[in-house]
Design a protein around this ligand. Structure first.
Ligand code: PEP
Ligand code: MN
Length: 288
């Protein structure tokens, strides 16, 4: 049984569907190319905390081989409470990203939750992240698509590939082919407890790449495991499975990260992981 029917391919997702095994598209973000031989590593804090910290993180992840910087300025947090320790920088955070990308010549990706912020994002970031929770926010999808900017479309953890590709279809339907899919973990009832929230769905990378879509696919080992003990091994598994990239949380002092302190890697662990990923990439005829 296939997850996606012939009817879907013909009528619902014709634009994102793979026409033949060699049908692979590439997406360019500045001089970074997703979907080519090179595997792209995107690293940075879950949340932008200050300009100084962002500069330090950018410097260190670039040195270790990351090609793009990530950082959330508007965060889709599960609970509404904010306090002195935990308060996103919002507009100021997006502007920090704009400055830091120039300083290091590194394209940046950041999550947009509201289409009314598109002008701000256009000025300061290179790629729009559509987060898990907004995968089917169709107004946001349409407006993001029409902005013409490249997008990183994460899957909703409770939905399948069919719905995910349906969301991606909104971009191509609105004449924006620059979509990269990002698998960020899925849920089952037993994962709905405090410390074990998601299952890293490695198989979906293979399904998408080999059977269902021509779009580049990257993987998020940080949000899909929620625990730094697992991040490196799952990142290696994702690269071995054919992911076109990895996006992960890196922080100078992970337990003190403003958001998601359990999953970020420190600089030393990130740098070690980059070396290991290079070996894995080489073993499948790719490089990082
Ligand atoms: C994130 O990347 O910071 C994030 C919130 O991810 P997700 O939408 O996958 O939960
Ligand atoms: Mn996060």
């Amino acid at each position: 049984m296939r997850d996606i029917t012939e009817n879907d391919i013909k009528n619902n997702i014709p634009l994102v569907s793979k026409k033949d095994p060699k049908h692979n598209s590439i997406v360019k973000v500045g001089d970074v190319i997703f979907g080519g031989k090179k595997i792209i590593v995107i690293a940075g804090p879950c949340a932008v905390e200050s300009e100084e910290k962002l500069v330090d993180i950018a410097k260190n992840v670039k040195k270790a081989g990351a090609k793009m910087l990530r950082g959330g300025a508007y965060k889709p947090l599960t609970f509404p409470y904010r306090n002195e320790r935990m308060n996103e920088l919002r507009e100021i955070g997006v502007e920090h990203l704009g400055k830091v990308r120039k300083k290091f010549g590194m394209p940046v990706v950041s999550e947009i939750m509201d289409y009314r912020l598109l002008d701000l994002f256009k000025k300061n970031v290179d790629m729009l992240q559509i987060g898990a929770r907004n995968m089917q926010n169709f107004v946001l999808l349409e407006e993001a698509a029409r902005s013409g900017m490249p997008a990183l479309l994460k899957n909703h953890p409770g939905m399948g590939i069919r719905d995910w590709l349906g969301a991606a279809e909104y971009f191509l339907y609105n004449n924006n082919p620059n979509v990269v899919l990002c698998q960020r973990g899925i849920t089952a009832p037993f994962t709905n407890n405090v410390n074990s929230r998601f299952i890293p769905d490695i198989l979906s990378i293979i399904q998408l790449k080999k059977r269902y879509s021509h779009l580049p696919v990257i993987f998020d080992p940080s949000h899909s495991t929620f625990d730094r003990l697992y991040v490196a091994d799952i990142a290696k598994a994702a690269v071995a499975a054919g992911a076109d990239g990895i996006i992960l949380d890196v922080h100078p002092d992970p337990p003190k990260a403003m958001v998601d302190p359990l999953q970020a890697l420190d600089y030393a662990d990130f740098s070690k992981l980059m070396k290991d990923l290079k070996q894995v990439a080489k073993s499948i005829g790719r490089d990082i």
